[in-house]
Design a protein around this ligand. Sequence first.
Ligand SMILES: [Fe+2]
Ligand SMILES: [Fe+2]
Length: 270
Amino acid sequence: MQNRVQDERLLDRRVFLKSGIIFTGAALAGAGLLHGAETEKKSEDKEAEVGPPEDLMREHGVLKRVLLIYGEALRRLEAKEDFPPEALADSAGIIRRFVEDYHEKLEEDFLFPRFEKANRLVDLVKVLREQHQAGRRVTDVTMRFANMQSLKNDSERARLVNSMRQFIRMYNPHEAREDTVLFPAFRKIVSPHEFDSLGEDFEKKEDELFGEDGFEKVVDKVAGIEKRFAQDLRIARRLFPTTARPPLSANRGRRKKWSLNAAIAPRGGA
Ligand SMILES: [Fe+2]
Ligand SMILES: [Fe+2]
């Protein structure tokens, strides 16, 4: 147990140092960018043509929404406010299945080797690869401790907090650097024909793993998790039963300030 905690701390330091070297200044993009950004795209209005970078960028949107959920879970843990641990576990599950096993796999199989072959952005690609691996280890920890029992245990709760912090700190700059540097450069290193056919390959892979309209289904799942977080503020406390809290009516003003909540549950929205 001691060794594992030490490993996690080492990983934390290593990942942070790497991010600091490569991504200086890119870490905190701010969490208040989601005003009214609820996606309601359904199959009938799905765009026929989505190029590989756009495809990957909208997948980053899913990742960003989970980062916001992690951030909200951390805020509530600090404030000793309730949240649904099973919804947090579902969030980590989306990171595992959609981000790590699908999105990152696309980057590793189709993008990174092409940059390496073209000898372009190889230092960046090396760090992005390493961060994928580190992220998977961090997600193992998040998945393991995102449950009510662990939240009530001081040491396990601390490890959960640590894993979410590591993930947020690493993936904000990771996705920002891919969106602004890697993806824009991709078109320059592949032929127009290859570019188009990769878009189709991505779409095929998505359908294969997640079924028809796979992306939209995953977005719906994230929206459901956000709603569960919002609703849980109204449920009687469970995580911190011995902590004195003001009555819900006294909390109302503070709840309104939560930007994610406001963004995901607009007045009159679903
Ligand atoms: Fe990546
Ligand atoms: Fe990515």
